[in-house]
Ligand binder design. Structure first.
Ligand code: C2E
Ligand code: MG
Ligand code: MG
Length: 884
């Protein structure tokens, strides 16, 4: 059986998705980082190049400006002669004109070796040139342009620089041409009109003195020196024209480019803070990072979506798998085989049971294989001996059924199983085939059939099958002009054996009888059991003429009687039993089976009536008697409700001729037949159980009578005898019935005598004794009726609580004529005396009989000699008449 797996989500697909997402995000980060890095480097390189160009521009501009100043100062040498001639106005004008040639120059002066102005542009004006600068400017051996440190002009209050150049003074000394240049004028030169955004620019000396410093937000920067290493040292150490370090003015990290000017110890620098260099890059990088973040987030979102999707897919798959597992389980658990075909007739699915039914299909059945192929394999096992044509036809026939797939068919498998095949089309044009195992059902049906027609105990055919066979045999015999015979067999005393030795022994006897009967007839004949101890043998193919057929049937019947009379071994003991046979012939005329059986039954009944263990052929007169009996029974059933019964009383007299009691004798006042004596109906009543209610009526009537007699002094002492039949006595509530009748009527129990026959008492001695004792203790008396006819053992009589024996009429009748009867009667009387029992002689008709009885000790007499049975009123008159 398939098990349903718990739907645990698989981790693998999710891990893959997330690994992919992480890889992509990492890749993106790496790419972005690489891009940003390279862009940064490019930007820095670009900035460096730009800075370099810018520095070069500043260098060129500065060189040019200084050169112009240098030239201007050098040209002042032309003014020297004039100055010496102290042609002041000319010189001054010349000076001013020359000064005007250079727009950067604010003032120009000509100083002597001590710094004293020789010539100034404005007469009387002085130029505040620091003395050390004068000395420094005159110091070089070769005249050259010297630049002072910045200082604030006392006249204009602006920052200025002085540039000076030694001139040959007249007379061989040295004068100094000095020009005052506002720092602002140098700024324009340094920036060349197109400043680099964010760049710092300096003009400085090699040892670090800052001549001009320009910072982006601050404008001109005043200070002693630039930050960072002195440029002369950088150059000395072989430094590069540009490097990464701190900016020269604000000391922020950045790029620095330096350029030496053509004048000794003057340097131009341009430095760009890294922040400024990377300004564009940082904007770009923010955009790129933003875009990358967006992309990364998109990837993560895609991962989440993929996970959700995968989970949903997984759940859906799990649901489908679970449904399939459930279906598989359901199919596996099916008691029936199952196969599903698609519209093309190919196998889609089947279950375990199917494989159990058709084990040979183990390797053949698989999804997609055609059902035709399945059938082709199957047919070899279904019709192993059939020709190839037959096999092909079988397969085609089975496939043709699919065309009109509906209904069922039944197959018997080689394993012996019965399978019902039900085919039903599916909506998509396929076919569902179900295989139900009907083996048990078929077996049960066969069993039921067997039970319906066979007797479970002996295995012989039962009444139903027998009647069927007799019916067939009647028709066949008529056609063939032959005879058949039915032998109706009833075991003698079977009931006694069953009651005394038990039902199992009884069953064993029945089985042995069945085997003997089967062995005793020809193969074509039939032995059946009707039930109880009744068997029937049907003989076939007897002669066409009745006498010969009768002889043939009799021969077999006699053999059977002899066969069944042989002793049986039952539970280790030998049992002697016999049987009564009724025989009838059939075939001469049209008859139904039940008629034939009835005739044999009647004949058997007759055989039994003739004291058993013999056989009797059916005679139509038997049928008449039987019909008469049936009519009587029908009338008898109506008698009690119609109050047609009356009690007659026959007196019993003692030796003094006094009435001692009476026997109640039943009479049936029939509307047509008149007064019917009990001999004509008691047996029928006993056979039909009608005796039970009739007996109750007799008992109750007798008790009421006794009760009534109590009030009459003439009748008070009388004893009343009531006959009890065997079936009545065997009723479980018999004792209660007697006691309740006594109680209800108020009769005295010791005035009631119940007459039982010997055979009744001996049928079940223990039950008889128990019932008699219970009633005896209440005072009820018991007499054995018809004593002497039952060959009863005296030993039994001593065990019974008896008061009286009634000598049977048959012995009394022949007293004095039959010696044996005389002896029997004498013996009974003697025995009764010994056992202290009273004796009543029945059927006393003659005085001779009476005398004989009296001589031998009899004390009470009943018979026609004294009185016949008479109606109650008459009896009472009779009693009173005799008393008088
Ligand atoms: P039983 O009990 O032996 O009764 C005596 C029978 O002998 C009576 O016949 C009676 O009429 C008859 N009988 C009496 N004296 C003479 C005589 O001198 N000569 C001749 N030939 N017969 C005489 P009945 O009344 O025809 O009864 C026949 C049997 O029917 C009884 O035999 C008894 O067995 C049975 N019977 C009668 N009444 C009842 C009854 O109420 N219940 C049952 N279960 N059986 C009854
Ligand atoms: Mg009697
Ligand atoms: Mg009798």
């Amino acid at each position: 059986m398939m098990k349903i797996a718990a739907a645990a989500p698989g981790r693998r697909p999710y891990a893959l998705v997330w690994a992919l997402v992480v890889a992509l995000v990492l890749g993106l980060a790496l790419a972005v980082t690489a891009l940003l890095w390279s862009q940064r480097n490019a930007q820095l390189a670009e900035a460096e190049a730009q800075l370099g160009r810018f520095a070069t521009g500043a260098e060129v501009g500065m060189n040019r400006a200084l050169l112009a100043l240098d030239v201007l100062l050098a040209t002042l040498e032309q003014v020297v002669p004039a100055a010496e001639a102290t042609d002041a106005p000319v010189s001054t004008q010349l000076l001013a004109a020359m000064a005007r040639q250079n727009l950067m120059v604010r003032e120009v002066a000509l100083l002597d070796g001590q710094g004293t102005p020789v010539l100034v542009p404005v007469p009387g004006a002085s130029m505040q040139v620091p003395p050390d600068f004068v000395a420094a400017a005159l110091a070089p051996a070769v005249p050259m342009l010297v630049v002072s440190n910045p200082l604030v002009s006392s006249r204009s209050a602006e920052r200025v620089l002085y540039v000076a150049r030694a001139l040959r003074a007249p007379g061989g000394g040295r004068w100094l041409a000095v020009a005052q240049v506002p720092v602002d004028a140098l700024v324009a030169v340094l920036l060349q009109g197109m400043p680099l955004t964010g760049a710092e620019v300096t003009l400085e000396r090699g040892r670090g003195d800052l001549l001009v410093g320009l910072a982006p937000a601050q404008g001109l920067v005043e200070g002693e020196g630039a930050s960072g290493p002195p440029l002369a040292r950088v150059a000395l150490e072989g430094g590069l024209p540009s490097w990464h370090g701190s900016t020269r003015l604000l000391s922020t990290p950045g790029l620095v480019a330096m350029r030496p000017l053509m004048y000794e110890d003057l340097w131009v620098t341009a430095s760009l803070p890294r922040e400024a260099a990377l300004a564009d890059w940082s904007v770009q990088s923010q955009l790129i990072i933003g875009a990358a973040l967006a992309l990364g987030l998109t990837m993560v979102a895609a991962g989440v979506l993929a996970t959700v999707h995968l989970r949903r897919m997984h759940r859906a798959r799990a649901v489908v798998a679970q449904s399939k597992a459930l279906l598989d389980e359901a199919l596996g658990a099916m008691l029936s085989g199952f196969m599903l075909l698609d519209a093309q007739g190919n196998v889609v699915q089947w279950n375990q049971r199917f494989e159990e039914f058709f084990p040979w299909l183990a390797g053949v059945v698989r999804p997609g294989v055609s059902f035709q192929r399945v059938l082709q394999t199957t047919v070899h096992y279904h019709l192993p001996g059939a020709s190839p044509e037959d096999k092909r036809a079988w397969v085609e026939e089975r496939l043709r059924r699919h065309g009109s797939a509906s209904g069922t068919l039944e197959q018997r498998l080689p394993s012996g199983r019965h399978v019902q095949v039900i085919e039903q089309p599916t909506p998509d044009g396929g076919l569902v085939i179900l295989y139900h195992d009907l083996t048990e059902l078929r077996r049960a049906t066969a069993e039921v059939e067997h039970l319906a027609f066979y007797d479970p105990l002996t295995g012989l055919p039962n009444r139903r099958l027998l009647l069927e066979r007799i019916e067939q045999a009647c028709v066949a015999s008529q056609r063939a002009g032959s005879h058949g015979a039915v032998l109706f067999i009833d075991l003698d005393h079977f009931k006694t054996l069953n009651d005394t030795l038990g039902h199992e022994t009884g069953d064993e006897l029945l089985r042995q009888v069945a085997r003997r009967l089967e062995a005793g007839v020809r193969a074509g004949d039939l032995v059946a059991r009707l039930g109880g101890d009744e068997f029937v043998v049907m003989l076939l193919d007897l002669a066409g003429d009745v006498p010969t057929a009768t002889v043939q049937a009799r021969t077999v019947a006699e053999q059977i009687v002899a066969l069944l009379a042989r002793p049986y071994s039952l539970t280790g003991q030998l049992h002697h039993g016999g049987a009564s046979l009724g025989v009838t012939l059939f075939g001469a005329e049209v008859q139904t089976a039940s008629e034939v059986l009835k005739q044999a039954d009647i004949a058997m009944y007759e055989a039994k009536a003739r004291s058993g263990n013999g056989l009797c052929f059916f005679d139509p007169s038997m049928q008449v008697a039987l019909s008469e009996r049936a009519r009587l029974l029908a009338d008898l059933k109506r008698a009690l409700p119609a109050e047609q019964f009356v009690l007659h009383l026959q007196p019993q007299l003692d030796n003094q001729g006094q009435v001692a009691g009476a026997e109640a004798l039943l009479r049936w006042q029939h509307p047509e037949r008149g007064l019917v004596p009990p001999g004509q109906f008691i047996a029928v009543a006993e056979d039909s159980e009608l005796i039970v209610p009739i007996g109750r009526w007799v008992l109750e009537s007798a008790c009421r009578m006794l009760a009534r007699w109590q009030d009459d002094p003439a009748l008070r002492e009388l004893c009343l005898s009531v006959n009890v039949s065997a079936r009545q006595f065997r009723q479980p509530d018999f004792v209660d019935l007697v006691l309740s009748s006594l109680a209800a009527s108020g009769a005295r129990a010791h005035r009631l005598e119940l007459e039982l026959t010997e055979s009744l008492v001996l049928e079940d001695v223990d039950d008889s004794i128990a019932k008699m004792h219970r009633l005896r203790t209440r005072g009820v008396r018991f007499a054995v009726d018809d004593f002497g006819t039952g060959y009863s053992s005296l030993a039994y009589l001593t065990r019974l609580p008896l008061q009286r024996l009634k000598i049977d009429r048959s012995f009394v009748q022949h007293l004095g004529e039959s010696h044996s009867d005389d002896v029997v009667v004498q013996t009974i009387l003697g025995m009764a005396r010994n056992l202290a029992l009273d004796v009543v002689a029945e059927g006393v008709e003659t005085q001779q009989q009476c005398d004989f009885l009296a001589v031998h000790g009899c004390e009470v007499y009943q018979g026609y000699l004294f009185a016949r049975p008479m109606p109650v009123g008459e009896f009472e008159e009779y009693v009173k008449g005799r008393a008088r």
